[in-house]
Design a protein around this ligand. Structure first.
Ligand SMILES: Nc1ncnc2c1ncn2[C@@H]1O[C@H](COP(=O)(O)OP(=O)(O)O)[C@@H](O)[C@H]1O
Ligand SMILES: O=P(O)(O)OC[C@H](O)CO
Length: 508
């Protein structure tokens, strides 16, 4: 319910995430008025494959929108705009005339396009993709996933070439359905999501014809690329009928925006299923020589785009889920903190969760997970500690790369996401980074960023200065670790990382 001090109007944000979809209603001070959330099924058809049922996701989105509006005790008339944010790279093709997905969505973590990426690397060359799109050739991105679907779903390429099929990441799917679907839905994406397809030219912000040819993806299926904050259309039907759909940002870029990282050099790190650190690099793309991605941070209406450097870590919160669901070592995600706190250290064990290969800074799809340093001394509590340390060490590797690429020394790290409720993890992070770690009052920065962008698009907030004023510190952790110990343990971590590599043979 709305609290006594909160009066409308409001902005609603939809976050279509990897494990769940949620809708949050925000007031003008950026405070949360209501939340509704629903998980969807994770489908693992083969080792390394991860899929989502896009129809289930759309049903959940409709339910959480209705749920959040009801919990806020408001009507659509109180909502000025809807913002969209989403898990990035997850790829869907659907029939324009029926609205039916032609296949499950292929999720960003899925590694089935690894062989295709290797082949593209041999035939077209790594460098050309990186130069035009800012991304290394890797199974993570949407373009190769679209190509896989076109090559593997019977008759799909012919239907696509006849103009019957639409491609989209989850932003496009949600916006198309929200604005009417088969009944006039708009087929758009924003620059941040498009920058993760490996099909958009990072400099022109348009689909790159030569890359499309190399990837064998027909231009006819692609959405129009728009800014991150503008009115794409009006919602048709449902709890927010008639309300402008006014922003779209990939979830990590939305978190950058919600954390108010509007100046060059400002950075945030989001701890959810995976972990993603983004640094605002201003209005020019910065090339990475240390394994980071060059990506679009956001673009507000017709203003210049803001670029970012990104360090992507595939497995962090999902390792905690794996400990709970596959290993049964804990009953809830929060329990990992209690278990890990029952011992003083990792007992010599290092856990490198290369479940989807290694993302930044290595981009090694032939890597697979290892637990190194095992002896009979090691207990499940030590493993729990190693699980949390894995998130912190992986972040350390990213911040090292970020400093090398940007020349900006880390003075403090702004964090958000589900894992930041873990105090032991946040302290360990500060220790391993040797820098303060700060969490804002609203930890739901992903939704907040989408709400901010939508609010700017409809004049609900005047400018980014007004948004900065909403950012308030809620918690801070400062380093307490002895420097020699940190250096010794970092070396052991790096040794464990080496042991993950080359596990898969070329023919896998
Ligand atoms: N107290 C905790 N300690 C460690 N991990 C946690 C804790 N609470 C939640 N998580 C992890 O955080 C993730 C959920 O965070 P969230 O930001 O909602 O993720 P996403 O947006 O990727 O779905 C899950 O992977 C879960 O395992
Ligand atoms: O849905 P999340 O929070 O796990 O984020 C996923 C990322 O966008 C993948 O690139």
């Amino acid at each position: 319910m709305t609290d006594a001090h909160t009066t409308g109007p409001f902005i609603a944000a939809i976050d279509q995430g990897t494990t769940s979809s949620r809708c949050i209603v925000f007031d003008k001070d950026g405070r949360i008025v209501s939340v509704d959330q629903k998980e969807h099924e994770q489908i693992f058809p083969k080792p390394g494959w991860v899929e989502h049922d896009a129809a289930e996701i759309w049903t959940n989105v409709q339910e959480v929108v209705a749920g959040a509006i009801e919990k806020a005790g408001i009507t659509s008339a109180d909502v000025k705009a809807i913002g969209i944010t989403n898990q990035r790279e997850t790829t869907l093709l659907w029939d324009k005339n029926t609205g039916e997905p032609v296949h499950n969505a292929i999720v960003w973590q899925d590694t089935r396009t690894d062989a295709l990426c290797k082949e593209l690397g041999r035939n077209v060359g790594q460098d050309r993709f990186r130069r035009e799109t800012g991304l290394p050739l890797a199974s993570y991105f949407a373009g190769p996933k679209a190509r896989w679907l076109l090559d593997n779903v019977e008759g799909l390429r012919e239907r696509a070439e006849r103009g019957e099929i639409l491609f989209g990441t989850m932003d496009s799917w949600v916006i198309w359905n929200l604005t009417g679907g088969v009944d006039g839905g708009v087929h758009v994406t924003d620059v941040t999501n498009a920058s993760r397809t490996m099909l958009m030219n990072l400099h022109t912000m348009e689909w790159d014809d030569k890359i499309l040819q190399s990837m064998e993806v027909p231009a006819a299926i692609l959405p129009e690329i728009r800014s991150s904050a503008e009115v794409y259309g009006l919602a048709k039907g449902g709890a927010l009928d008639g309300i402008p759909v006014a922003s779209a940002l990939g979830d990590q870029q939305a978190a950058l925006f919600g954390q108010t990282c509007y100046s060059k050099g400002e950075a945030k790190s989001t701890y959810g299923t995976g972990t993603f650190m983004l640094m605002n690099t201003g209005d020019e793309p910065v090339n990475s020589y240390n394994g980071l991605l060059t990506t679009v941070g956001y673009r507000i209406g017709d203003q210049k785009a803001v670029y970012a450097l990104e360090g992507s870590i595939a497995v962090t919160g999902s390792l905690v889920q794996w400990m709970r669901d596959q290993m049964g070592l804990i009953n809830s995600a929060a329990e990992i903190e209690t278990l890990a706190s029952s011992v003083d250290d990792n007992g010599g064990a290092y856990f490198v969760p290369a479940f989807s290969g290694l993302f930044a800074p290595y981009w090694r799809s032939d890597a697979r997970g290892v637990i190194a340093g095992l002896t009979r001394y090691v207990t499940k509590a030590h493993i729990a500690r190693a699980v949390l340390e894995a998130t912190a060490w992986q972040t350390r590797e990213i911040t090292d790369a970020m400093t090398k690429d940007s020349g900006v020394e880390l003075t403090a790290l702004k964090v958000d996401g589900g894992m930041t409720s873990n105090n032991l993890l946040m302290q360990t992070l500060s220790d391993f980074l040797d820098a303060p770690v700060v969490r804002p009052m609203v930890a739901e920065t992903t939704c907040l960023g989408a709400a901010y962008a939508a609010g700017l698009a409809v004049g609900f907030w005047p400018d980014t200065d007004a948004l900065r004023a909403n950012w308030r510190r809620a918690a801070e952790w400062t380093p307490r670790m002895d420097a020699d110990k940190r250096d010794r343990e970092y070396k052991s971590w790096l040794k464990a990382v080496e042991r993950t590599m080359g596990w898969l043979d070329e023919e896998n």
